[in-house]
Design a protein around this ligand. Structure first.
Ligand code: NDP
Length: 451
């Protein structure tokens, strides 16, 4: 049987674009459909604009520190218009690059929604159909807001990049990556920021000491972080939103942003009709090679809800191409993924947190918390955390957790050592780079705790 394409990809985000390009570069005939903008969540409404907002929000404290260092600096306010104009131009440029990369590698792209019509056919929104030997679903995820009275008044991370003006105050609901990162961003931009988290500490699942360090840094910076607090209802009152919370308070906010998780973008894709197995959150079920229950259909990235991070989606996409087009069955490696949370203070982490590691085996914990010299000189109270969780039996570093300026950059490098199976003694015999913050990772001599 002959097909229009060797591969048809639905979704032009990180995973889909990479798989399409790599397959096409290897000689496959590839088509791709994207209903929105190329680059997906990461480039258009996630990691990239978020990181620019983090940078923008860090300048006030830099100016303050600069003054403490003897510079005569004045702060003349922040122009949201200037920043968002530049941001939008940059996103347009990046989207253009994505399109060009696809075109240059020979991928034929269609600017419309695609859905599965059968095991080898994609139907585009204009009704045309494209047949393919293999179909890859890479449609990503979408923010979810729980249903409660007034929930339609909330915005999500999709809309936060498109505010016409900065609000005077904002309520951010959730305690995960997105809520905690945006609490720091908004606070840094001078917006009075309140964050509600329903549990006892934000960033559930990460090392407890590191979570505590991030939360105290956020409070120190001025975020009104309210734990064990949730929204009961919201009503519009003029141009403000009145929020009633579980502690019985009624507060007026200009904006309310929900960051209470994301759901796989798997609705109305023709999955059920085709008998493709889907889990309770809507995630497409795949095997270790990203193959669905229909053999010609594969899925990668957030729509499979494995590890929802851009670099992971990219690797899943490349492993798919290696498996299907290069005859080399390859499963993406989901073990020991280093990651950064761009909260203020920033956190970088790889491997097991202390609590999780202690459940599995006997461990030693090496940790130090100190005022970094740059900020201490400027009179800031910020503290840095450097922490290693070490196996007593194998001496391997099971986890590395850093809360510090630049922690994301540091954890990329520490992640290589941890991934290679470095022991505490390997860290110890590495000479310190002085004077840095991360030198503490190779100079901690005595465990602070053992189990
Ligand atoms: P997360 O799943 O990380 O966090 C959701 C948060 O919302 C949790 O704190 C959760 O609480 C809370 N929550 C869930 N349901 C409700 C509810 N009904 N009412 C109140 N609170 C609720 O989701 P995010 O949206 O923050 O991020 C989505 C994904 O995006 C992440 O998993 C991550 O993989 C990715 N991401 C990565 C980034 C990075 O690498 N820097 C940055 C941004 C996103 P509880 O803990 O109690 O369940």
């Amino acid at each position: 049987m002959s097909f229009d394409y060797d591969l048809f990809v639905i979704g032009g985000g990180s995973g889909g674009v990479r798989a399409a390009r790599v397959a096409a570069a290897g000689g496959a005939k590839v088509g791709l459909a994207e209903e929105s903008r190329y680059g997906g969540t990461c480039v258009i409404r996630g990691c990239v604009p978020k990181k620019f907002m983090v940078y923008a929000s860090e300048y006030p404290s830099m100016v303050e520190d600069g003054r403490a260092y003897g510079w005569d600096l004045s702060e003349n306010g922040f122009s949201w218009d200037t920043f968002s104009g530049k941001l939008n131009a940059e996103l347009d440029r990046l989207e253009g690059i994505y399109r060009k990369l696809l075109a240059n590698s020979g991928v034929e792209s269609f600017d419309q929604r695609g859905k599965l019509a059968d095991a080898h056919t994609v139907e585009l929104a204009d009704g045309t159909t494209k047949t393919a030997k293999h179909i890859l679903v890479a449609t990503g995820g979408w923010p979810v807001i729980p249903e409660f009275p007034g929930s339609d008044l909330a915005i999500t991370s999709n809309e936060i990049f498109h505010l016409e003006k900065l609000p005077e105050n904002i309520l951010i609901v959730g305690g995960g990556y997105i809520a905690s990162e945006f609490a720091g961003i908004m606070n840094g931009l001078g917006v009075k920021t309140t964050q509600f988290y329903r549990g006892t500490q934000i960033l559930r699942g990460f090392d407890e000491e590191a979570r505590n360090a991030v939360a105290s840094g956020m409070l120190e910076n001025g975020v009104d972080l309210q734990l064990e607090t949730n929204v009961v209802s919201m009503v519009q009152e003029g141009d403000k939103i009145r929020v009633t919370d579980t502690k019985g308070n009624d507060t007026l906010f200009d904006k309310v942003m929900y960051a209470t998780g994301r759901a796989p973008n798997s609705k109305n894709l023709g999955l059920e009709e085709l008998g493709i197995a889907v889990g309770s959150k809507g995630e497409i079920k795949v095997d270790q090679y990203s193959q669905t229950s229909v053999p010609s259909v594969y899925a990668v990235g957030d729509v499979t809800d494995r590890v929802n991070l851009t670099p992971v989606a990219i690797r899943e996409g490349m492993a798919f191409v290696e498996t299907v087009f290069n005859g080399n069955p390859t499963s993406p490696d989901h073990d020991l993924i280093p990651t950064a949370i761009f909260t203020q203070p920033e956190m970088g982490t790889v491997g097991l947190g202390e609590e999780e590691a202690a459940k599995q085996e006997a461990i030693e914990v090496y940790a130090t918390s100190f005022k970094p010299m740059q900020q201490a000189f400027a009179g800031r109270a910020d503290k840095v955390l450097m922490k290693l969780v070490v196996s007593k039996a194998t001496r391997k570093v099971l986890g590395c957790h850093i809360v510090a300026p630049g922690a994301g950059e540091m954890i990329q490098l520490a992640g290589i050592a941890v991934k290679m199976g470095a022991t505490k003694e390997d860290f110890d015999r590495t000479v310190a780079v002085h004077p840095t913050m991360s030198e503490e990772l190779v100079t901690m001599k005595t465990p602070v705790r053992e189990t």
